[in-house]
Design a protein around this ligand. Structure first.
Ligand code: ADP
Ligand code: MG
Length: 304
């Protein structure tokens, strides 16, 4: 189990993280979300032991994670970290980049394990390709496979799918997170993409103004967002008195109601359209099956 106990940290006098407390059990998937600059990457780096804490302690089981002041070599065998800037060996093939970390294995076993990891990140067609010839997204996948090579007990992933195109993203996420669950590897995923979280994270924490402002399951936070910042992570939303935070899909256009608005614009959204309306001189967003002509008057109600 990872224990982050009352951690505070700043690169300078200004604290980036204050009084951070949470735990991650073996095999558990924790998502860390927050706006850009909220300290997600910093938190992962602290857990990895890249910096000395100002206050607090971090443990993996009984072992305290120590920063560079107390630890000459950064990193531990039981923990791997895939940073936002993955550094690979450019002039070496994909399989050699991964295999390099498997020197203690017998050749046959090493080959089998390398092939398995290449499959997890769906790079079978590029096994023999030099890394320097790969796209950003492909490199990111090699970095993930390499981090998994030594079977860590805990994996830290910093925006792991950010460079990967939409064609591949969903299937790759499923493949990587399934591999982690099957092998009981704990992971902490820093992300601003809800698709990295919904369906995969057991718990999520929300960082804001240096603090954890919410910690719960994705289902709970989705259904009870409490703050606009949390709702905005999941979906298009509105704040309408007296209802509070209401997602666009929780509003419905109806024949008649007390809530009247004028259509300003319609945006195609795939499954539906997002209709922007003027309601009491404020813009609100309503999901609707069809486009609605600009300047039409509509009525709407909240679901349930
Ligand atoms: P996130 O990953 O959530 O975008 P970061 O952890 O990268 O946020 O950054 C949090 C804050 O710390 C930002 O204000 C950023 O500018 C600052 N910061 C990040 N890395 C460093 C560094 N090496 N030195 C000084 N300040 C940094
Ligand atoms: Mg970051």
């Amino acid at each position: 189990m990872l224990q982050v106990k009352h951690v505070s940290f700043g690169y300078s006098e200004t604290k980036i993280l204050k009084a951070i407390d949470f735990k991650v059990k073996a095999g558990e998937n924790l998502a860390v979300i927050g706006e850009s600059g909220s300290g997600k990457s910093t938190l992962l780096k602290l857990i990895y032991g890249e910096y000395d804490l100002n206050k607090g302690q971090i443990f993996w089981n009984d072992e305290e994670i120590l920063g560079p002041k107390y630890n000459l070599v950064i990193g531990y065998d039981f923990m791997k970290y895939v940073s936002q800037e993955f550094d690979l060996m450019p002039f070496t093939s994909v399989e050699d980049n991964i295999g390099k970390y498997l020197s203690r294995f017998y050749p046959e076993e090493k080959e089998k394990r390398t092939a398995e990891l290449i499959k997890v990140v769906e790079l079978e067609a590029f096994a023999k390709t030099k890394v320097k010839l790969l796209s950003g997204g492909q490199k990111q996948r090699v970095a993930i496979a390499r981090a998994l090579a030594k079977e860590p007990e805990i994996l830290l992933l910093d925006e792991p799918f950010s460079h990967i195109d939409n064609f591949k993203k969903q299937s790759l996420r499923r493949s990587v997170f399934k591999h982690l669950k099957e092998n009981n590897i704990a992971c902490i995923v820093a992300t601003h993409d809800k698709n990295d979280v919904l369906g995969f994270a057991d718990e999520m924490i929300v960082l804001h103004h240096s603090k954890i402002i919410a910690k719960n399951t994705p289902q709970h936070l989705y259904n009870n967002p409490e703050l606009p910042l949390i709702a905005s992570f999941f979906s298009e939303f509105n704040v309408i008195e007296p209802f509070g935070i209401v997602y666009a899909h929780q509003l419905k256009i109806v024949e008649q109601s007390d809530l009247k608005a004028d259509v300003k614009a319609s945006y195609f959204n795939g499954n539906s359209w997002l209709i922007e309306v003027d309601f009491n001189s404020e813009s609100i967003f309503i999901e609707n099956e069809n486009e609605i002509q600009k300047n039409s008057t509509i009525y709407f109600k909240t679901e349930n």
